[in-house]
Ligand binder design. Structure first.
Ligand SMILES: Nc1ncnc2c1ncn2[C@@H]1O[C@H](COP(=O)(O)OP(=O)(O)O)[C@@H](O)[C@H]1O
Ligand SMILES: Cc1ncc(COP(=O)(O)O)c(N)n1
Length: 270
């Protein structure tokens, strides 16, 4: 099975293209990539960004599409409106499931999406996505709502589904509480929650990339949407639970952990 990630490169290896390809590999999916921007980055922060031109993003995407039978595509850091629009123009006529991680701000605070691009993302790319995986701050930007309570999460999920996509996962990593709870909205179905223990760690660099890449890999293998999302939650939970303790800042998650420990992760689905 072959999947593609369209995202930024993280020289530190914990997020972006590198996290996506490691996740695909661990889940036995062949990974191809389209690089939207190079970042000079490590566990201490983003030290520089060098975007690709929209034309070169298009060349990479066409090269991949021309040769490979892609079963799923994901997007991560898209950086500017030209790149967002280019991706829409190439992908909108294709029937490939699109998993959209609306990456906006790195955990260290650096902006990975320009303000104008947020509008293009919301108006043009979101409507053609199969799954969108915002964290709480991203869901707030996309909906214009403040999201703290369960009611507000429900309202935001329904608002986002109405933009046209098939599924929205509002991730709960940024909320407080003993559990990390993600809420899943699938068109025409009752929403459900995925609940795990909230782990006490600073090594959460790239959790969102890893989670959405795992959904992409499972969908590429033909898993039904709900099963793919639950398996991805197990993948990211284990990747956080068994940290590698690499670097001097907010370290990466452990992409090896799923293959090594997968028998012992329980995600409660409620
Ligand atoms: N401390 C934690 N313990 C357990 N799971 C977590 C923790 N932090 C994040 N997660 C999970 O990791 C995934 C990514 O979530 P989140 O950190 O909100 O995304 P992002 O990286 O986009 O900010 C979600 O499934 C979330 O529930
Ligand atoms: C290239 C790239 N893509 C995405 C992220 C977001 O990851 P995080 O929110 O964990 O910093 C990042 N830091 N760098």
């Amino acid at each position: 099975m072959i999947a593609c990630t369209i995202a930024g490169s993280d020289s530190g290896g914990g997020a972006g293209i590198q996290a996506d390809l490691k996740t695909f590999q661990e889940l036995r999916v062949f990974g191809t990539s389209v690089i939207t921007a190079l970042t000079a980055q490590n566990t201490k922060g983003v030290h520089g960004i060098y975007p690709a031109t929209a034309d070169f993003v298009k060349d990479q995407l066409n090269a991949v599409l021309d040769d490979f039978d892609l079963k799923a595509v994901k997007t991560g850091m898209l950086f500017n409106a030209e790149i967002v629009e280019t991706i829409v123009s190439v992908l909108e006529s294709k029937e490939i499931p699109l998993i959209l991680d609306p990456v906006m701000i790195a955990k260290g605070g650096a902006s990975l999406l320009k303000e104008q691009a947020t509008i293009a993302l919301k108006e043009k790319l979101l409507p053609v996505a199969t799954v969108c995986t915002p964290n709480i701050p991203e869901a707030e930007v996309l909906t214009g709502l403040t999201i703290k309570t369960e009611e507000e999460i429900k309202f935001a999920g329904e608002y986002l589904l109405n933009l046209g996509m098939q599924c929205v996962v509002i991730k709960g990593g940024h909320l407080a509480g003993k559990h990390a709870i993600d809420t899943v909205f699938i068109r025409g179905e009752k929403p459900f929650k995925m609940k795990t223990e909230r782990l006490k760690t600073i090594h959460t660099h790239g959790t969102g990339c890893t989670f959405s890449a795992a959904i992409t890999a499972e969908i590429a293998k033909g898993k039904p949407l709900k099963i793919a999302i639950i398996e991805a939650k197990k993948f990211v939970q284990l990747a956080i639970r068994y940290p590698l303790n690499i670097g001097h800042g907010f370290g990466p998650t452990n992409h090896f952990a799923y293959q090594e420990h997968r028998g012992i992760c329980d995600v409660q689905v409620i």
